[in-house]
Ligand binder design. Sequence first.
Ligand SMILES: C[S@@+](CC[C@H](N)C(=O)[O-])C[C@H]1O[C@@H](n2cnc3c(N)ncnc32)[C@H](O)[C@@H]1O
Length: 256
Amino acid sequence: MSKGKLAKFADMARYENVFQYPYSVVENVPFEMKGHWRDMYFHNDNPIVLELGCGKGEYTVELARLYPDVNFIGVDIKGARMWTGATQALNDGLKNVAFLRTNIEIIDRFFGPDEVQEIWLTFSDPQMKNVRKRLTSTYFMERYRRFLVDGGIVHVKTDSNFLFTYTTYMTERNAFPVLFSTTDLYHAEGLDVDTMRILSIQTYYESQWIERGLNIKYMKFRLPSAGDMAEPDVEIPVDDYRSYKRTRRSGVDMRK
Ligand SMILES: C[S@@+](CC[C@H](N)C(=O)[O-])C[C@H]1O[C@@H](n2cnc3c(N)ncnc32)[C@H](O)[C@@H]1O
């Protein structure tokens, strides 16, 4: 490892609220806190909520501020981003926040059955070309249900028509109960003030997309812990990969 990288790792050791398992080392080393986050780290019996693909951890930290009686864990593979949230949580003395640096593909190695109450997916990469990497695909749902309580809630907040439509088809195909869904969050009706406050937390990516005039979509659904699961077998009738890339570059929403 280069001197620079070593220094960076040494620096990261200061963050007692960050757990790092970015590499395949977890294949051979069982994660000692699996099933024990409450007693070993948080030292309370409060529910646990995850933000998967948390980036800088805005949701994790802001939700922790709003709900001191809930434990929040942000997960991402990119360490450099989550230091922002980790630093903020430490500076603000937030004890109900942790970060886990790993690939979400192996997320079930870190949490035991029924250990997690809710999952937030905030501005996840739509992964149009690769269904296996999409965070709402059956591959990931199968992993989530191994540690989510039965009927635990999954929140999806996104700028992507593609991911939103795909996830909608996923809930329909598998009869996951949808609790709320809107293609235009900031003009949606029927949301109470508390919910709106939660949903108005803006991540780095969200602020970028809003500046470019994109509608923000949001849905929340329940994920049952048992039953067969299948990929939606319909074509996604929205933008193709190239127009999506152009949108992201130009800021013109070609996907409406
Ligand atoms: C578009 S960014 C959104 C970040 C943040 N939620 C936000 O709204 O600003 C997607 C994030 O998901 C993370 N990510 C995507 N796939 C992942 C995976 N399989 N494992 C871990 N992190 C992943 C990326 O590293 C990135 O930080």
